[in-house]
Design a protein. Structure first.
Length: 166
C-alpha cells in the first residue's frame, strides 16, 4: 500500500489508479469494514487525525480531482462522508460532508517530513523511469515535488512508518 504524500499530478496512470484503489482500501480499514491491512504503517498518519475518515476522504477527493482533470472517472460516491452529529454523539458533520451549520467540513493539513518527501520522490522517479520514460523526463527536471494538498512539509528525517527507506 502506498498512499503518496506527493501531489497526484506527479503520478502516471498506473500510479494514480493504484493509489485510488489503495486509498479506498485504507478507507475501508479505517472504517472497520475489512480486517486486512489493519496494522499497515501507512495508515498511522491518518489514524492520528481527529477524524481519520474525513482525512482519508479529503485525500481521496484530491485523487478524484486529478483523475477528472485527466478525463478519468473515479467514482466519488465511494468516498465515505463524515457521519451525522447523531452518529457521533455530539455536534459534528452532516452526511454531505458539511458541518451542522452547512459549512464544508475542514480537515487540517497533515505534517510530513522533508526526509519522507525526498524518499517518496526518489521512489516515484524510479518507478517512472521504468514505466513512463517521458513522464520521468518531465518530472525529474523539476527541482522537487509538489505535495498532495492534504499535507504540509516540516523539517525532519524519513517518517518512522516508512518501510521503503530501509
Amino acid at each position: 500500500m502506498r498512499l503518496w504524500t506527493l501531489h497526484p499530478r506527479h503520478l502516471d496512470r498506473p500510479g494514480l489508479t493504484g493509489c485510488w484503489r489503495e486509498s479506498l482500501l485504507a478507507q475501508a480499514v479505517l472504517a472497520g469494514r475489512t480486517t486486512g491491512y489493519r496494522s499497515h504503517p501507512q495508515l498511522e498518519r491518518f489514524r492520528a487525525q481527529e477524524d481519520p475518515i474525513a482525512a482519508v476522504g479529503a485525500y481521496l477527493e484530491a485523487l478524484a480531482e486529478e483523475a477528472a482533470e485527466r478525463g478519468y472517472r473515479f467514482d466519488r460516491s465511494r468516498i465515505d462522508r463524515p457521519r451525522t452529529a447523531a452518529d457521533q454523539g455530539a455536534a459534528g458533520h452532516g452526511p454531505d460532508g458539511h458541518g451542522d451549520d452547512g459549512a464544508p467540513v475542514s480537515v487540517g493539513r497533515i505534517p510530513v517530513t522533508e526526509g519522507q518527501i525526498a524518499v517518496e520522490w526518489e521512489h516515484l522517479l524510479l518507478k517512472l523511469s521504468r514505466r513512463d520514460p517521458e513522464r520521468w523526463e518531465r518530472e525529474s527536471a523539476r527541482t522537487g515535488p509538489e505535495l498532495h494538498p492534504l499535507f504540509e512539509a516540516v523539517p525532519g528525517d524519513v517518517e518512522p512508518w516508512e518501510r521503503a527507506a530501509g
